[in-house]
Design a protein around this ligand. Structure first.
Ligand code: PLP
Length: 377
């Protein structure tokens, strides 16, 4: 066997060198972020939002780690994600499906103890029918739309929902929940409006505890928490609030390998469509990741990577599998075939990269899951 490839499990190998990129997920930092958020919301609890494979970091590793640190509520977006996660967690952990109860998923949800978030009266009826067929009470979260117009029961369905609850006892409602649309911006007036609407919902359904804040909502204050909060991005080190210092610890770092180095004269075109033309003799390095690896094409001519704290600007277009950077600011021969440059780390945060790519940290994180060698600390 190649000495650079270690057997890990029957179907998984860890490449310790020779990979195009190395993504490190610091599980200790993740745990500290969870403890930090739990402290912030106490006596309310912090769930963990682990949808989209825990924002691309690997839900199979992230969720059990958070369980060890006291997390008992896990939210995924889709039924299929719940079926993967459910067997990896002990029975006293709850797995909730944010996107709701999809037709066809009822029997497996009931059998495996997956808790749907009920987003409509139709979903309520389907879940109630399943409960009646099984002659057993089934758990659910009731989501109400408090102003985002995305998911959840609309205001006009609240009276009939309240009536249903008086007669129907086949569904065990664990929480009423809603989701904030603008929680990352404390100045946004939508926050107060949604909070007021959530307070009305909580009054109308006073028998059930409330589940409200996402990461940003946690830092809007206690009145946004309910008894259960649902942080996602903050767990993974993303900034919960825009434009202020990030209170969370970084969890992800990413280094990418250099695959070629060259020196070109002034007046040389670089990359697809020749969008960049050098204005002096320039040393260039091509690195082994591109838009297929989650480094958006919008970084073309804008973003940078780092080496020894030196900024290396991206020149020309981001390709599918590679990016060319200007390394003239580094000492000669500092970077050679196989050297690594920092894409995410001490010199460049998720927010830095997202800003340069004209997107948000969430999109960067969830895009990084493909071809890098992933290591958990
Ligand atoms: C994604 C999501 C969250 C987590 O949001 P963050 O901003 O990442 O903390 C919470 N609740 C719902 C309903 C979501 O869709």
């Amino acid at each position: 066997m190649d000495e650079n490839v270690r057997g890990h499990s029957s179907h998984e190998k860890i490449i310790v060198s020779g990979a195009p990129g190395y993504m490190t997920v610091d599980l200790a930092a993740l745990a500290r972020n969870y403890v930090r958020l739990s402290g912030e919301v106490a006596p309310a609890r912090a769930a963990a939002v682990v949808k989209a494979d825990a924002y691309g970091l690997g839900a199979e590793k992230i969720a059990p780690e958070l369980y060890k640190h006291g997390c008992r509520h896990f939210f995924v977006a889709q039924f299929a994600e719940a079926t993967v996660l459910r067997p990896l967690l002990p029975a006293d952990a709850a797995v909730f499906v944010l996107n709701g109860l999809q037709p066809g998923s009822e029997t497996i949800c009931a059998r495996d103890g997956i808790v749907p978030v009920i987003n409509s009266l139709e979903q309520w009826q389907r879940w109630a029918a399943e409960a009646e067929a099984l002659e057993q009470k089934l758990p659910a979260v009731l989501q109400f739309d408090s102003g985002m117009s995305r998911l959840g029961l609309p205001p006009e369905d609240r009276p009939v929902t309240a009536d249903l609850l008086k007669t129907e006892n086949s569904i065990d409602v664990l929480f009423v929940m809603s989701h904030l649309a603008s929680a990352d911006d404390p100045e946004n007036i939508q926050n107060a409006a949604q909070k007021a609407e959530m307070e009305r919902i909580s009054a109308e359904f006073a028998q059930f505890p409330a589940c409200f804040a996402n990461s940003g909502g946690i830092f809007l204050g206690k009145t946004f928490h309910g008894v259960l909060t649902r942080p996602g991005i903050a767990l993974y080190g993303g900034a919960p609030t825009g434009g202020t210092e990030n209170p969370m610890e970084p969890v992800v770092s990413l280094d990418v390998a250099v695959v070629q180095v060259r020196t070109v004269p002034s007046g040389t075109r670089v990359g697809y469509s020749g969008t960049h033309v050098t204005t002096a003799e320039t040393r260039l390095a091509t690195i082994a990741a591109g838009y297929a690896d989650g480094l958006p094409r919008s970084l073309s001519g804008r973003g940078a990577v780092y080496c020894d704290g030196v900024r290396l600007p991206i020149v020309g277009r981001v390709s599918m599998d590679s990016i060319t950077v200007d390394i003239s600011a580094l000492p000669q021969n500092r970077l050679t075939l196989g050297s690594r440059v920092e894409v995410l780390g001490p010199n460049q945060t998720l927010e830095d990269l997202a800003r340069d790519a004209d997107t948000i940290s969430y999109e960067i994180l969830t895009g990084l899951r493909h071809r890098y060698q992933r290591q958990y600390l």
